[in-house]
Design a binder for this molecule. Sequence first.
Ligand code: PLP
Length: 423
Amino acid sequence: MTLTEKDSQYLWHPYTQHKTSQTPIAISRGEGALLWDENNKEYIDAIASWWVNPFGHSNKIIADAIYKQLTTLEHVLFGGFTHEPAINVAEKLIEILPKNQQKIFFSDNGSTAVEVAIKVALQYFFNKNEKRTTIIAFENAFHGDTFAAMAASGISFYTQAFQGMFIDVVRIPVPVKGQEQESFEALKNVIQNYNCAGFIFEPLVQGAAGMVMYAPEALAKLIQICKENNVLTIADEVMTGFGKTGKTFAMDYVSENPDMICLSKALTGGTIPMAITTFTQEVFDAFYDDDINKALFHGHTFTANPTGCAAALASIDLLQTPEMQANIERINKSHLSFQKKIENHSKVITARTLGVIFAVEIKSDLEESYYGSMRTKLYNFFIEKGVVLRPVGNIVYILPPYIMTDEQLQKVYKTIEEAIEMV
Ligand SMILES: *Cc1c(COP(=O)(O)O)cnc(C)c1O
């Protein structure tokens, strides 16, 4: 049997209707921005494998750090024990995160980072004997696939089977250009009418919604409204963190700091699953008490896995090198000139860029829903051309590894231009 035949016998893939979907491509090797399948066909990974891999596949520096840690201390439980790699990651993050972030809590993936933040927001008020049980979130948000994360997510595709089984979430419009006032008013209304504990948002860019972007000033205003009303704010930087927006964190553009930040994708350079939720001292202090019941009873078996921590440290070091910062700027400039080139095309509705993130909305007569016929046609075209892109409906976005070469980037652009002509 071939790998794909064995795959269809044994495996269940994410976000996949196995009856109607094509067989997956078996990838056997990756290097830099490139992947090769079992028949040695080459692909450019233009979405950094779901936004996790900024420094290229099979990165030697991260691999060495992992090997060294594996042969020193691969894992130890984090209940009652600690270790240098976790302490070093915490110290490093506190140095580079928005200044009010003081405490680091480890988990395994973006959804659990969000799950922890939402539980903390709810328990924060429980511990203070205040009845606040509603979470505020944006329309079309994506915060992950576990239950509280799903509750906060607004893309019905992912959550429709579970409606009615969620914690209380009220949604407000995203303050995209022209809709800012509506968003501010909606937030004030929700806070007046519900007992709100927290407001969770993807700062500046809603990834899964199709790289929907909004301004830092609008977000600052929303956070201010929350602060005036003692509502905790949660910045879900799972997608935007570690350089994607051109700054280390999207919140670096925003004049107001959040109470909590969720991190995961790109934390370990796309090597080992790991996530972190960070908190202000003030949030931590609401759990600090002689009463054991006020503690945060949340944990995962692999919390603060030393190997993951070693990968994270190596990744953050790589991110901070002048070469990597120059790469981010180079890709941003390149995106901006591509945007200029295509934004007036008759089949382009709109194009947008922030940091290394680029998105274009394409006009066509095909069905444009999340997994509609247009998306399928585009996806297949890109794969055939050897470019990994996963359009969201009629939106094609690029989120490349920062080490992608200009030549590879030009090939991605050219393929997108061809796709625009084709649909
Ligand atoms: C991907 C993502 C998540 C979920 O992360 P997983 O690791 O897939 O659980 C949460 N929030 C945002 C903004 C994401 O992009």
